[in-house]
Design a protein around this ligand. Structure first.
Ligand SMILES: Nc1ncnc2c1ncn2[C@@H]1O[C@H](COP(=O)(O)OP(=O)(O)OP(=O)(O)O)[C@@H](O)[C@H]1O
Ligand SMILES: [Mg+2]
Length: 281
């Protein structure tokens, strides 16, 4: 269980990155989503004891992240956004060394590391040095480390950025296989939808909503999104760039649209649009 209570963070240069964030996470997989600069990484760094909050409280399984950082580190794993494995070892050795650093004995660590490397789809290149692997394959080694650990809580900051579609699905399946609670950040709405029991949406240092994908999309039930050059009269519409986004009843959609309009199913993107946030493509 992760409890966050009124966490604020002001960086040294005066940047107010978190403006009083509160939530509880008790579900198995939770995604934190939000635009660039929303405060996701700042929050993950505070929860994984790499950064001190300016004020507020947070705890992981009852352990305060400021007062009890060593205990928190024992029960958590954090894969940072910019992390890369050491380049001059192979993937099995990297996972094995990581497990040993966490206190597992060398002999026991071998089969555990091998199973994790298999699970993320790196078995065929297990003896290659990490430096000779692609960016996506390097990322998979880090996910294998989290998978192999017996941590209660795993933080993954953008675990699938830069991965091809197949690798992404492999990593999703590895994430689902993690035994502990997982908190991940992502810019891919379909990833949040496919993986999470709960989604936390952040915007400019604040949490703007939390719930299951179903709960968050409840107000869009029975609707589809129409992307058009014109506003559809009588329907809720938002302007994003040069496009009008309107919501119309699924059953009537065909009667509303013109030749170049695009009809799309509702996704988590629509919550940002409804909140009036300008989406980046
Ligand atoms: N070390 C730092 N010093 C000063 N400001 C920082 C620092 N790190 C982040 N910030 C600022 O804090 C805010 C939140 O940044 P953060 O990295 O937490 O966002 P994010 O949601 O993870 O974004 P992204 O999706 O781009 O990874 C931004 O305005 C950023 O410029
Ligand atoms: Mg980030």
């Amino acid at each position: 269980m992760i409890e966050v209570n009124q966490i604020k963070k002001v960086y040294k240069d005066g940047n107010f990155a978190l403006k009083g964030v509160s939530f509880k996470i008790d579900k198995k997989i939770t995604s934190i989503i939000g635009q660039n600069g929303a405060g996701k990484t700042t929050l993950i760094r505070i929860l994984s004891t790499q950064l001190l909050p300016s004020s507020g409280k947070a705890s992981i399984n009852g352990y305060d992240v400021v007062k009890n950082p060593y205990k928190v580190r024992e029960i958590t794993v954090s894969i940072p956004q910019e992390a890369r494995p050491m380049l001059w070892y192979n993937s099995i050795d990297l996972v094995r060394m990581y497990l040993c650093a966490r206190g597992m004995n060398m002999i026991k660590a071998k089969p555990v590391a091998e199973a994790a490397i298999k699970r993320v789809g790196l078995w065929d290149s297990r003896y290659k040095l990490a430096g000779d692997l692609s960016g996506g394959q390097k990322r998979k080694i880090l996910v294998a480390m989290a998978l192999a650990s017996d941590a209660d809580v795993i933080f993954l900051d953008e675990p699938t950025t830069g991965l091809d579609p197949l690798s992404r699905i492999e990593v999703w399946s590895a994430i689902k296989a993690i035994k502990g609670q997982v908190i991940l950040t992502t810019h891919y709405m379909e990833e949040a939808q496919a993986l999470s029991d709960d989604v936390i949406m952040m915007e400019k240092g604040k949490v703007i909503s939390q719930g299951s994908v179903g709960e968050l999309l409840k107000s869009f039930y029975g609707l589809v999104r129409v992307e058009s050059k014109r506003r559809i009269k009588g329907r809720t519409s938002y302007k994003v760039g040069n496009t009008w986004i309107s919501y119309v009843e699924k059953k009537k959609a065909e009667s509303f649209v013109l030749k170049d309009d695009i009809i799309k199913p509702i996704s988590l993107d629509d919550i940002f649009i409804k909140k009036g946030v300008n989406l980046e493509s």
